[in-house]
Design a protein around this ligand. Structure first.
Ligand SMILES: C[S@@+](CC[C@H](N)C(=O)[O-])C[C@H]1O[C@@H](n2cnc3c(N)ncnc32)[C@H](O)[C@@H]1O
Length: 215
């Protein structure tokens, strides 16, 4: 492992912003997460990468706890450093895979799930790994409060079309949808936050898709 990567893993591993499995798996704690931290809502950013959304949204909603999760946890060390620099209290991160979320959160514990530029997984053989594959949507349904939302933002138009169908199949109500976010009033939902993937897409003149679905 290169020295730089090791450094980023260390930052994450030693951070008090990391939610450990021991904390999650303690049922008493799990059910009282909002109460324990004193927040009204919990927003989960799946496959958060560097955690731009988790850290970027947190100052706008001080009553909400923002949690980013990613399997490559060296990446969100950047988010941890930024949260520390800005003295953000309402930010946490989880090292782990999305497939295990239902073991780390209680039913109806989450108010909103944000999926930002997930891996597009274009191969048919990878369909089950797409974060909007019906099995994932069923798990999100279990985790979300009634009226909770899933927001998906992606430059991968094929994945977006697939996801629209997937949400429809699962009977989710579509609240908003655009295939050209930067020429839409829905851009206000994003507080000017853009990840590196989005910047790269825009440089290539690829428009950004965005949709919101309600439980
Ligand atoms: C294309 S990157 C996007 C990262 C970030 N959302 C952004 O826009 O910069 C996809 C991310 O998903 C994470 N990822 C993919 N599958 C995952 C899974 N099953 N569980 C947790 N993280 C996953 C990868 O580690 C990677 O950081």
């Amino acid at each position: 492992m290169v020295k730089r990567k090791k450094h980023f893993y260390k930052i994450t591993n030693e951070s008090d912003l990391l939610i450990t499995p021991a904390e999650d798996f303690a049922i008493a704690y799990k059910w009282k997460r909002k109460e324990t931290f004193g927040y009204k809502k919990i927003v989960l950013e799946l496959a958060c990468g560097k955690g731009e959304y988790t850290v970027g949204l947190a100052p706008h909603f001080p009553d909400t706890l923002f949690i980013g999760i990613d399997i490559k946890w060296d990446r969100f060390s950047r988010g941890i450093m930024k949260a520390k620099e800005e003295w953000l209290q309402n930010v946490r991160f989880i090292r782990g895979i999305i497939q295990h979320l239902d073991k780390r959160f209680a039913c109806h514990e989450i108010d909103e799930i944000r999926i930002v530029h997930p891996d597009p997984r274009p191969k048919q053989s990878d369909e089950r790994r797409r974060l909007t594959y019906p099995r994932f949507l069923q798990m999100y349904e279990q985790l979300l409060v009634l009226g909770g939302t899933v927001r998906l933002k992606t430059d991968a138009h094929a994945l977006f079309d697939y996801s629209v169908e997937s949400f429809k199949l699962e009977g989710r109500e579509n609240v908003s949808l655009t295939k050209d976010l930067h020429n839409s009033s829905l851009l206000d939902d994003h507080f000017s936050i853009m990840t590196d993937y989005e910047k790269m897409a825009i440089d290539k003149w690829v428009s950004i898709c965005y949709g919101v679905w309600k439980k």
